[in-house]
Design a protein around this ligand. Structure first.
Ligand code: ACO
Length: 441
């Protein structure tokens, strides 16, 4: 939910903040309370045109202007390009925090003390192993299965290994499932990568940091101990911080929606991962790379932009439902890219991306529609420079976002105002008609 901390009007008449609605069908006037810059949709139900009228509903495909919850986790100011987790600016967290500390912050609401952090890191580290049957389950996938399909299928299957996860109203159970999910995501993600390559799965190394261990499970070969490069380990940690949460987006909405029926968190996380898979959401960085490869050369950028403007395609990695200015995460990612390219060599697609950004940001079409690079515009270029195939990109997004999904799920469970998610519809189908036998049709 986008909060309106700065935008709240001041009270001048002592009546409180209200909205006066005149129904021109009946001439009746209604005064609806305004709370935190919002009007409750339910208040519109009292507005009826005739006896027996169901009452007015609000119609909002894609929830473009509907707050589905009250949330204290992530604040996004899309106009000013601000992103804060629990009040902390993303820039400070990306510079000073670690992914696991940020995950703790998202889940528990405050930065941990030294001992809380120690305990948290220990708990996550010691839940990284998966049951051997999970491994066998994954071995059943086709050799060329998309890693995101394997990831979300396996996360859903985890619910069968932890039947206690059904106890969603038990805080202790919620804590355990939270730790298990954050801990096991990198393990499952790395197994999908090894599976596609026909390489043996590598077990977690509990001596390593969260992201170092992930690199070890991805890339360890015959060496007895994998030593992650600290620059790469930190680059991935920063990318994970940036992707950890982003309030009520498509996948978080799926997490909350599925979780609202009291489904276990593994099933809800699988649903969230499925929502993230789509190219309009977490699959966009994959689409960005494909687009840059198709453009192929910096000189062909103007032609491509023309093609987008004529409505023949999208400029992938541009535009955002909330950000109508530069996505703050894209700025930090650009800096992280420099560190990675120094070590791994520059990605030749970077030159095309920079030119695309330059031309688009000067073009009236993109200026008018407030289309700027989003988090996915540069993340794929880094992932590719790190050696990841494009189909691993959404998986790399899903690992850190699990912390955000779980924070949102826990908040939803603990919110007494929340109910099972069940939108209304405007029925536009046929009036009642009667069944005709097949021979008469
Ligand atoms: N390229 C070209 N035109 C665009 C783009 C784009 N990337 N994004 C939006 N537009 C245009 C639309 O065609 C529309 O033009 P119109 O007013 O002439 O019809 C206008 O800008 C408004 O766009 P909407 O689609 O209404 O904006 P919405 O908020 O619904 O969509 C979205 C946001 C889905 C992110 C969209 O900008 C998009 O498809 N971007 C490309 C995909 C992408 O990069 N997704 C990743 C988002 S970040 C994330 O999920 C982690």
């Amino acid at each position: 939910m986008q909060t309106h901390r700065e935008a709240r009007p001041t009270r001048t008449d002592g009546r409180g903040e209200t909205l006066t609605v005149v129904d021109n069908r009946t001439g009746k006037t209604y005064e609806l309370p305004i709370e935190d810059g919002t009007v409750r949709a339910k208040h519109f139900r009292q507005i009826r045109a005739y006896e027996g009228d169901f009452g007015l509903m609000v119609y909002d495909p894609g929830f473009a202007n509907t707050a589905s919850c009250r949330s204290a986790i992530t604040h996004v100011d899309g106009e000013r390009g601000i992103l804060e987790y629990r009040g902390y600016p993303i820039e400070e967290l990306a510079e000073k925090s670690s992914f696991l500390e940020t995950a703790y912050l998202l889940i528990h609401g405050d930065l941990p003390t030294k001992s809380q952090l120690g305990q948290w890191v220990h708990d996550i580290t010691f839940h990284t192993y998966v049951h051997e049957n999970v491994k066998k389950f994954m071995e059943g996938f086709q050799y060329d299965a998309h890693p995101m399909g394997m990831l979300l299928g396996t996360v859903a299957a985890l619910s069968t290994f932890y039947p206690d996860a059904k106890q969603v109203s038990d805080p202790r159970s919620r804590d355990i499932q939270t730790q298990r999910l954050i801990a096991k995501m990198p393990t499952i993600a790395a197994f999908t990568y090894r599976h596609n390559r026909g390489l043996p799965y590598v077990y977690p190394d509990n001596d390593l940091w969260y992201t170092g261990n992930f690199l070890s499970m991805l890339w360890k070969m015959s060496e007895p101990k994998y030593a992650p490069d600290p620059v790469l380990e930190r680059a991935i940690d920063v990318l994970f911080i940036l992707h950890a949460d982003h309030e009520q987006n498509c996948s978080t909405n799926a997490m909350r929606s599925v979780g609202s029926s009291d489904a276990d968190p593994y099933s809800a996380t699988a649903a969230a991962a499925a929502a993230l898979y789509g190219p309009l959401h977490g699959g966009a960085n994959e689409a960005v790379i494909k687009m840059l490869m198709e453009i192929g050369d910096k000189n062909r950028v103007p032609q491509f932009v023309k093609h987008v403007k004529s409505g023949e395609g999208l400029l992938w990695g541009f535009g955002h439902r909330i950000y109508k200015s530069y996505d703050p995460r894209a700025k930090i990612i650009k800096k992280t890219a420099d560190a990675v390219f120094e070590l791994m060599g520059a990605n030749p697609l970077l030159e095309i991306a920079l030119e695309l950004e330059r031309i688009a940001l000067e073009d009236e079409y993109f200026i008018e529609r407030k289309l700027y690079p989003n988090v996915d515009f540069y993340s794929g270029i880094i992932y590719q420079a790190l050696g990841f195939p494009v189909d691993m990109f959404p998986v790399l997004f899903a690992i850190p976002r699990t912390a955000g999904w779980l924070a949102q799920w826990r908040e939803m469970i603990e919110d007494p105002e929340q109910k099972i998610a069940r939108p209304r519809q405007v029925f536009v189908g046929p009036e009642r008609r009667h069944y005709t036998a097949l021979v008469d049709r």
